[in-house]
Write a protein that binds this ligand. Sequence first.
Ligand code: PLP
Length: 431
Amino acid sequence: MKEKSVLIQDQEFISNALKLRFHPITVTEGKGCYLFDENGRSFLDLTAGWAVANIGYGQESVAEKLKEQYIKLSFTTQLSAPSQTMTELAEKLIEMTPGDFSKKVWFGHSGSDANDLISKLVPAASGRPKMIAFMGAYHGQTMGALSLSGHSAQAKFEGKGNVIKLPYPNPYRPFSGISEHLTEQTIHFMNEVFSTICPPEETAGIIVEAIQSDGGVILPPDDFLAALRQICDQHGIYLIVDEVKVGMGRTGKWFSFEHSPIIPDAVVLGKSLGGGLPISAVIGRQEILDSVTAGHMFTASGNPLCTAAAIETIRIIEEKDLISQAEKNGQYFLEGLRSLQKKYPFIGEVRGKGLVLGVEIVTDRLEKKPDPVKTSAICYRAYELGLLIYYVGIHGNVLEITPPLTISREEITEALHLLDQTLQDVAAGHV
Ligand code: PLP
């Protein structure tokens, strides 16, 4: 095991640094909501591979489509000879995305390259150099995406300039401790930057997550996105929503912004779009997508296999009604977690929407001091008991639960039972 893990330098380095956010297993199989390691141990997976396996593992119809597609057309490159699957997927995504205006789609491989596109394109489309993003946001690792991010894990790197970061409204940890009118406070900060370092006429776009997931499963106030939309309309600024992690049905709607009365100018998708195959997409106003003058294309983008997998993934979500299941089962899971909160005083808050759930671990409820050490102990003990769970947040103290949307009530009950045992063991000093 040790010898193998040194081959994956990044993983070893990161797991040491972050104290076992990354599970020390070698996975050989996956079926439904379970992963199996090389010793045949099974794990109930509450991560879905960081919110990728929305349709669960080992869906046979995806395997059949992939085989069929490979035999029919194994590869073609996107712009010189676009595949029929690429065009079909683009049409479907345009149909799924709200907005009664002319749209286009771009395909990539990861959330990072898609957000990199945003960092190039939105300023190019508007002729304005600056972007506004949020502290705590995670938009990816490549240079442009990194520049838009405000996550503590990326603080060591200098991104490219011209991105102004505002605080993201967090009802559990409000600015200066004042939880009233959080949206108004954010807009106040925005107006401050407009009148100083980032005049609106120099601001191309605002990029936002409707739920800040890696930032700590933060659900902003209900009126937040509408207020951003309003300010964008007022100043001719584009509004971009990053749905890479919480989109594709996870919150009980196709896209998490659909819980608010807004229409973004561009939507970024990744992770679960291909159900595990590497594909990302930006769906946006034609004028934005047409401004890609400098080029942002990759040889294998939109390839027939990944696009065929995405088409089948969407079909499965529709056929199995996974979006309404995510809503109902998410509510059931949330209630179960709230019962656990009553038992364990180190659970500061439980929150979530659909199957994006967060459990904030603190030293005590009054002080709300983050407890990242206990949080990683919980992840480790859960893993020992056969439950995979991970943590996020700028303080590393929020358990994030993003299981496959196919998870059943029985599996949720089992997960809650294992989590209860885990919390009991950690409370008793098990590390
Ligand atoms: N955007 C969001 C909201 C994410 O959560 C992530 C990854 O966690 C990304 C973008 C980057 O995606 P990828 O890891 O596929 O590059």
